[in-house]
Design a protein around this ligand. Sequence first.
Ligand code: PMV
Length: 314
Amino acid sequence: MKSISSAPAKIILFGEHFVVHGVKALLCTIDKRVIVSSNQIDEKVIKIKSTLGNLSTNISSKSIDEQKNPLKPFLYIARKILEKNNTNSGIEIEINSEIPIGVGLGSSSACCVAAAASISGIFDKLSREQILKLAIEAEREIFQKTSGADCAVCTYGGLIEFNAKEGFSNLESKMDFSLVIANSKETHSTNHIVHKVQDFKDKHQELFSSFCDKENMIIEKALGALEENNLVVFGQLMSKNQDLLDQLGVTTAKLRNLVNVARGTSYGAKITGAGGGGCIIGLVDDSNLDNTLANLKNQDSECFVSKIDYNGLT
Ligand code: PMV
């Protein structure tokens, strides 16, 4: 039996990095997806075919675990599901993604969520809660400090408010906006940047704590702006969030330039995700979408426009 699942890319609207240190974050999913299909096979191997590379390993061989293989999370899920179902057969997994890799759009989390649903789906139907738990465990195989926010939004879709301690909730919003997303084409390692922020925190504890307080206030105000459908204020707060991220040292010269260009016409702009490369987002509606897109396209970036995708894991 073939089991197929799909999960969306994500955007962090507010709170990246600070969320790892206990602050709230606001995230949404967008209409770019990864599709994972899995099949039970007689051969005692786990075979993975993906844009990150291909892999074939014996179901009980642990040799891959020692390596920093980007496919490790999928091996983790496959082994866990095979063990749980007490079977000696193997699994063939195919990952097809339209989410650019390593640029802050949650490619790794979406793959973990879709893989957890697809692989487990060969045997039984897990709840979204169980899939999320498995996906976060798998992602920790390559990124120990993940807040879990990305996997949560990729599983449930829409717009969410996330807090590592208190969990998350879906937000209802009638605010009609689009996001212009510009990929700097500089890839980043989330793990590396998160450790860089940890170093910043260790060296400047009071300053970092004051940043967290400011971020908390920005997010509370953003929630208010969302309730009041106030796009102007929401955008201004995004730009304030960017100023804090800039002070944390996660913005590159190219990202800073893209943010400045986007700010010229949009309601507000910031990086999204870990930074150190990756994407920026500009908040727009029909009145300023075309101008923002055209200006960013002139800056050697790959641009596209997205709206919130409410489907989550399917
Ligand atoms: O760049 P991405 O898509 O890996 O997003 C990372 C977001 C962080 O807040 C930096 C880390 C996390 O786990 O929340």
